[in-house]
Design a protein around this ligand. Structure first.
Ligand SMILES: [Zn+2]
Length: 142
């Protein structure tokens, strides 16, 4: 058995029955990295840097604890909650914005009352849109 195979075998034996990296641990890991980068780039008061450094350390510890955790059910429930409440909504919003940016024929308005998105053809000038969901008025220029 080669050296690398030995390492890989040892690692998979070590990770057996453990949670491993999921979406939530990747997100907390990235958050910790981003906080560290922010800390390194921007000059901030000492106590702010200390707080940010502390948060990123906690996030990093959480990430490691979750990856090596053996309480699979709990970790999976956390990850499912994270996917449902944060990951998919944010991802959906990003995709939607991309679609809206590519659509040059329409302008999109978000209803201030109910957050419904209304699509209007471009070039109509000043308009008042009646929200299809809550009948509220949206004033805008298309
Ligand atoms: Zn509305």
């Amino acid at each position: 058995m080669s050296f690398f195979q030995k390492i890989r075998n040892g690692l998979s034996r070590f990770m057996y029955g453990r949670n491993g990296a999921d979406h939530l641990s990747l997100a907390t890991l990235w958050a910790a990295i981003i906080l560290d980068v922010v800390n390194a780039i921007f000059k901030m008061p000492d106590f702010v840097e200390t707080i940010i450094g502390f948060i990123s350390t906690v996030l990093l510890l959480l990430t490691l604890l979750r990856i090596f955790s053996r309480k699979l059910e709990k970790r999976r429930a956390e990850n499912a909650w994270f996917l449902q409440k944060i990951w998919w909504p944010v991802k959906g919003k990003l995709n939607q914005n991309k679609q809206q940016r590519q659509d040059k024929e329409h302008k999109y308005f978000t209803c201030p009352n109910c957050r419904a998105v209304c699509r209007v053809p471009v070039g109509k000038g000043k308009i008042v849109i009646t929200c299809p969901r809550c009948r509220g008025e949206i004033h805008g220029r298309s």
